[in-house]
Write a protein that binds this ligand. Structure first.
Ligand SMILES: Cc1cc2nc3c(=O)[nH]c(=O)nc-3n(C[C@H](O)[C@H](O)[C@H](O)COP(=O)(O)OP(=O)(O)OC[C@H]3O[C@@H](n4cnc5c(N)ncnc54)[C@H](O)[C@@H]3O)c2cc1C
Length: 363
């Protein structure tokens, strides 16, 4: 069996997707549902974000009293889509759990009391004056956030890749830029021919010669896996860091943000930062079992990047999911799908064209 077994014969597909993190997988899902043919090419290690992410979705930024961008559209859509995905995969990937933001001070309590009933927040938050667990300090109460939870991203991505392997739509190898050719008819890559190509590469886009317009402000982050006998059930406590209850008395704790040394090595400084924040309110003994690091494909204006690339009318990108890939990927892959197949206009705020404009005006 040669290395290029998958490409033994010329094969025509409508779409080649490069990258199988949250962006690429959700893109593939929309193609699959609409019976549009595709091949997804992905291999680990070019960029690493989805594979280490804690998977939390949360429409509120409690420390800043903010609701995230387009939350009223994006979050209901997310719930629907992950349920649909679970049915498709026959796997439990969506864990709906409230987030309990631990209120820090009397001032914060008063600030929230003043706005919690406000029409913008009232569908999302409930103030509670109860302890979450014996060892969790919450003297000022908690803000319970609705429509939140976490997605088991590794299980989701692996199951999806397995599923599309069955229809020969997954190729587990490095995408080699030098082998991509194109003309007005479309693209040719090894023995694949396609009408469209969609780059969904996370931070690896910065090394792609076909995506020079992509500007990212990548942010490294780390997550710990801990084990503790403390019983925390039915909610994700959060203040500075979150504590996601998993199976067998284990929890995920994270994460932090740094903008230098953007590699995938876990660091002592991140571990200390995360543990310092956790132990301010989590007073139970625990052991650290594991620590992982990744780099988020964040953007300077905190908006995703999607749309048509400059070098070809049928070349597209979905990137810039930052720290909210779980929520943004299903929604914006659908928007990009509609742009590709229905000619729908992509809002300027999220359109890749905004980056080109900015570069020109800067220069
Ligand atoms: C520590 C940490 C915690 C996080 N926690 C959360 C969270 O709780 N909730 C949330 O919503 N988000 C979270 N995020 C952010 C989330 O991970 C991202 O928003 C999202 O996963 C980005 O997905 P992506 O598909 O754009 O990129 P990636 O996940 O980086 O996927 C890109 C894929 O493309 C592949 N690829 C790239 N180039 C090539 C090539 N040439 N050939 C083959 N394959 C290639 C890469 O190897 C990779 O598999 C977290 C991130 C980090 C780092």
């Amino acid at each position: 069996m040669g290395k290029n077994t998958h490409f033994a014969m010329t094969r025509n597909v409508e779409n080649i997707i490069v990258g199988g993190g949250l962006a690429g997988i959700w893109m593939a899902y929309h193609f699959l549902k609409a019976s549009k043919s595709f091949v997804l090419i992905d291999s680990n290690g070019h960029s690493k974000s989805s594979s280490v992410a804690a998977g939390i979705f949360n429409p509120i930024v409690p420390s800043r009293q903010k609701i995230s961008y387009k939350a009223d559209e994006i979050y209901p859509y997310l719930g629907k889509k992950y349920h649909e995905m679970e049915t498709f995969l026959h796997e439990k990937i969506l864990h709906k759990l409230t987030i309990s933001y631990i209120i820090d001070s009397l001032k914060e309590l008063n600030d929230w009391a003043a706005v919690a009933e406000n029409h913008i927040f009232k569908d999302f938050v409930i103030m509670r004056n109860e302890r979450l667990a014996d060892s969790i300090i919450s003297d000022f109460g908690v803000l319970e956030i609705q429509d939140t939870g976490w997605v088991d991203i590794p299980l989701f991505l692996n199951s999806f890749k397995k599923k599309i392997s069955e229809i020969n739509a997954f190729v587990n190898e490095d995408f080699n830029y030098q082998l991509l050719e194109y003309d007005e008819m479309g693209f040719s890559y090894k023995d694949l021919r396609s009408t469209n190509i969609i780059f969904c590469q996370g931070t690896a886009a910065l090394k792609n010669p076909f995506t020079p317009e992509i500007e990212l402000n990548p942010a490294k982050g780390e997550v710990l896996l801990i084990k503790s006998d403390e019983l925390v059930e039915g909610t994700i406590p959060q203040n500075g860091v979150f504590l996601v209850p998993l199976e067998n008395k284990t929890f995920k704790v994270g994460s932090n943000f740094t903008w230098d040394n953007l590699d995938y090595s876990p660091t002592d400084s991140a571990r200390n930062e995360i543990l310092n924040k956790l132990t301010k309110w989590f007073k139970a003994p625990f052991d650290v079992l594991d620590q992982v690091a990744g780099v988020r494909p964040s953007t300077a204006d905190r908006r995703p990047i999607l749309g048509n690339l400059d070098f070809h009318p049928n070349a597209y990108v979905l990137n810039g999911l930052g720290s909210k890939g779980v929520a943004l990927a299903p929604y914006y892959s659908n928007i990009l799908y509609k742009a590709i197949y229905d000619g729908m206009e992509i809002d300027r705020e999220v359109n890749v064209k905004r980056l080109k404009k900015r570069k020109k005006s800067d220069g």
